[in-house]
Design a protein around this ligand. Structure first.
Ligand code: NAD
Length: 308
């Protein structure tokens, strides 16, 4: 049944959460929900990706135990609350909330939400972790636009406090209130935003990253120099090129394209160097090479190659 934003909806109790996509963000989101006592179904298209995600979560939880943030029993219980599946139908049967964290691609998300709308119980809230794609557009693929919302976690999810909560045109206030309250329960700080390309976080962050890539492309300075200026000069904890590697260069490019299409302004056009690096398959930390090279077990920052 379609509900308009003015139709009040009873607030629902969230117990069963499904996380769709187990990449950089999905595994962190699953970890945070499970650590806070929620039963989590983690879904991906690929079984090896799920295995990798569970190994990452186990390693991250071990680190929390080593630092005294969790005891071994709580760690094991959190891990046991996460169930992996490659079947969306199986994973969503009992869901009260779905958090979609699949690839940043409009067509993939629209198709996923079409399926989720058919599969999930009618009370279920469907949230997306999209960095930039319109919540209202995604909601239009469903028959429950009042229950569609952006729940934009930050990377790395277990560490970062912010959740950007994005209201679509038809998102009902009780759904927003449920997600805001839930964010607090997860130990996070929610900030509400309206539905415009890139919302707040990436509307501001991505032009800065793109400008850093342009500075490199034009030979203004090298990778390490650009990052050092922003770290030491602007007190950023990480330089923009390292941050781009950390986010994933494919994700950065996808967000810039949404900004460019959405606002129609040349200032958002992705730098040709970024486009070329994504085409080459060098996507940053997740592929082992972007602006820097990454060796397993090493924290050294090594510039990947000459760029200019
Ligand atoms: P990723 O490429 O690391 O992982 C995406 C995962 O989704 C992959 O494992 C892929 O197999 C899976 N997937 C793709 N289509 C699917 C489908 N139909 N069903 C199930 N699984 C599917 O991407 P990511 O960096 O984790 O980004 C995920 C989402 O989170 C994107 O919307 C992105 O914009 C957003 N986000 C990313 C960051 C970041 O720093 N990387 C930060 C905040 C938000």
């Amino acid at each position: 049944m379609e509900q308009s934003s003015s139709t009040p909806m009873a607030s629902i109790e969230i117990k069963h959460v499904t996380v769709v996509g187990c990449g950089t963000m999905g595994n962190g989101i699953a970890q945070v929900f499970a650590t806070c006592g929620y039963s989590v179904n983690l879904v991906d298209l690929f079984a090896p990706a799920l295995e990798k995600a569970m190994n990452t979560i186990a390693r991250n939880l071990d680190r929390v135990v080593a630092k005294g943030g969790l005891d071994q029993v709580a760690r094991d219980a959190a891990l046991a609350r996460i169930h992996c599946s490659t079947s969306l139908a199986e994973a969503t049967q009992k869901s009260d909330l779905v958090v979609e964290a699949a690839t940043e691609n409009r067509q993939i998300k629209l198709e996923l939400f079409r399926q989720l709308d058919q599969l999930c119980p009618s009370h279920c809230i469907l949230a997306t972790n999209t960095s930039s794609i319109s919540i209202t557009d995604i909601a239009g693929a469903t028959h429950r636009p009042a229950q569609i919302i952006g729940m934009h976690f930050m990377n790395p999810v277990p560490i970062m406090k912010l959740i950007e909560v994005i209201k679509g045109y038809n998102t009902t206030p009780s759904v927003t209130a449920t997600i805001v309250a839930l964010s607090h329960q997860l130990g996070k700080i929610p900030v509400e935003a309206n539905d415009y390309p890139g919302f707040v976080a990436n509307r501001i962050l991505m032009p800065m990253i793109n400008e850093a890539v342009h500075a490199l492309y034009e030979g203004v300075a090298g990778v390490a120099e650009i990052d050092t200026v922003m770290k030491l000069g602007m007190a950023h904890p990480m330089g923009p090129l390292q941050l781009a590697d950390f986010i994933g260069l494919d994700v950065c490019l996808a967000i810039l394209r949404v900004l460019h299409d959405g606002f129609g302004q040349a200032k958002y056009a992705p730098c040709p160097l970024l486009v070329k690096m994504v085409s080459s398959g060098n996507l940053g930390l997740k592929t082992g090479k972007g602006f820097y090279s990454y060796q397993a077990g090493s924290k050294d920052l090594v510039v990947a190659q000459e760029f200019c």
